[in-house]
Design a protein around this ligand. Structure first.
Ligand code: ADP
Length: 489
């Protein structure tokens, strides 16, 4: 039974144990204990003490950065192990999980470096006799709640800026991917992070997650996951009047113009939807192709999609692994059946893969659907699987209206050789991230945010640490005379 990390101690949690399974064959990875309500309270009280403790609060930026740099070095030393563990947890191909560990290392080093350049501000001196300046202060205890699809990257993306901002962090990973979160706890412990500043509380979202976010000492919720859970957490935060950062769902459009470089666009569109088996909030799941190249482009797309290597996630040639679980596969099947009912044509995939190793895991074929209108349910709801809907377009006004006709606004892709048109389109699309002639590219230096129901707040960016801080404005009087208001005439 796996112990969990509560306030600097490895302990068996008092909650009901959960299991981690390897999605490729459903074999068991580990039994994991989960946090009880007493464990949750203990971790949060210790976290509250830890961030207030001068050992962390008054540590020099370079002292905090040294711990983060050490953590980055440990992530690097354990890269192969962590990538394999992540693959065992969520079935993502090893090449992708290696990329996620690289991203975690780079994020940690970037944030550690930015700590030294985080300035307070001497604000405009409007009152002659008073010196005014604004400092950045920690928020306190941050609850980081994460999903199962890219945990190592999404967890580090929250933990590191929050710690750098002087906060303590309580991480509640998704049930399916607790193992990687516990390894992160071991890494920060070995890096010398003072006890209490980081705890990992495993367990069910509706029980453990809910108790964490509702705890009175939690001062910020940093969440990545579904829009419905995000909306619920926004309610919790509103009740407590605390801040949130919510990275939610998407149904992102990708647009291929007539003048696009077809080879580049085909590869980009395929990568955008089918990498991670489509289990990505940013998946480019709605494709609009200009009518004049529709047949040619669709043919090329189908041909290449049928060649995608779906299989053993531990094999470095594999492009698509299994879906996370049988339940999730049923959801994907449900949507594809719905597409059939709505009048869609399945031109690639459209069924689970069977035979040999496929029978052991939840493998679903990369699927392309045509013949639906943008207002079909399958074009509006997030499937979170390897399913692409394709629609033709002819005039740009209708295209923009349809691309923006979604409750989501996470990302969009534009494929054209005309950069003036691409830039104009980028300004008109309602999404937090726009990729032009590329897709799914990220940088820790560039903010990531969702428009509309895809999220609230942002993550990353050069000053990303400030998203985990609050300002304090200080007025220092330089006038020696007593306040005249109190002088009686
Ligand atoms: P997904 O469909 O990606 O699993 P969820 O939004 O259900 O998305 O889950 C994302 C994370 O939120 C997981 O760690 C999950 O356990 C957690 N979670 C789910 N419900 C709640 C809740 N009521 N309170 C706090 N965390 C929750």
């Amino acid at each position: 039974m796996k112990k969990i990390f509560i306030a600097g101690q490895w302990k068996l949690g008092g909650g009901k144990a959960i299991k981690s399974h390897y999605p490729a064959d459903h074999s068991e990875n580990a039994d994991i204990s989960t946090a009880s309500s007493d464990d949750i309270h203990e971790a949060i009280v210790a976290a509250d003490k830890a961030w207030r403790n001068p050992a962390w609060r008054s540590a020099l930026p370079s002292e905090k950065a040294a711990i983060l740099f050490k953590a980055a070095d440990l992530l690097e030393q354990k890269k192969t192990f962590l990538a394999k563990l992540q693959t065992r947890d969520n079935g993502k191909p090893i090449t992708e999980t290696t990329g996620l560990v690289n991203s975690a290392i780079a994020t940690t080093r970037y944030i550690a470096s930015s700590l030294e350049t985080l300035d307070n501000e001497l604000t405009n001196q409007r009152i002659q006799s008073v010196l005014t300046f604004t400092t950045h202060e920690p928020l306190g205890v941050v609850a980081a709640i994460t999903p199962w699809n890219s945990p190592i990257a999404s967890e580090i993306q929250k933990i590191v800026p929050a710690l750098a901002g002087g906060n303590a962090v309580i991480l509640k990973p998704a049930e399916a991917t607790s193992l990687i979160a516990l390894e992160l706890a071991a890494i920060f412990e070995e890096a010398g992070l003072p006890a209490g500043l980081f705890s990992v509380l495993t367990g069910k979202g509706s029980v453990v997650g809910e108790a964490i976010v509702k705890h009175p000492l939690v001062q910020k919720i940093s969440f990545t996951g579904s829009t419905s859970t995000g909306r619920h957490l926004a309610h919790v935060a509103a009740e407590k009047l605390i801040s949130t950062s919510l990275e939610l769902g998407g149904k992102s459009p990708t647009i291929v113009f007539e003048d696009a470089n077809i080879d580049i666009a085909v590869n980009g569109v395929i990568y955008g939807i089918f990498s991670s088996s489509g289990q990505a909030c940013i998946a480019g799941s709605r494709l609009f192709i200009h009518q004049n190249i529709y047949d040619q482009f669709l043919d090329a797309l189908i041909k290449k999609t049928k060649n995608i290597i779906v299989g053993d996630p531990e094999d470095s040639n594999t492009q698509m692994g299994p879906l996370i679980s049988e339940d999730h596969l049923s959801t994907v099947e449900h949507y594809v059946n719905m597409a059939r009912d709505e009048g869609g044509n399945i031109v690639a995939g459209g069924q689970r893969l069977t035979g040999d190793a496929y029978d052991k895991g939840a493998y679903y074929a990369p699927t392309i659907i045509t013949g639906l209108k943008n207002d079909a349910q399958v074009c509006q709801e997030e499937i979170f699987g390897p399913v692409l809907v394709v629609m033709p377009f002819s005039d740009e006004e209708t295209l923009v209206a349809e691309a923006n006709n979604s409750i989501y606004g996470l990302a969009a892709g534009i494929w054209t050789e005309d950069y003036r048109k691409a830039f104009d389109m980028a300004k008109r699309l309602e999404a937090g991230t726009i990729w032009i002639n590329t897709y799914k590219k990220f940088s820790i230096a560039t903010p990531f945010s969702g428009h509309k129901e895809s999220g609230v707040g942002k993550e990353k960016g050069r000053l990303g640490i400030l998203d985990y801080m609050q300002t304090k404005s200080i007025f220092l009087n330089l006038d020696e005379a007593p306040n005249p208001w109190c002088e009686t005439k």
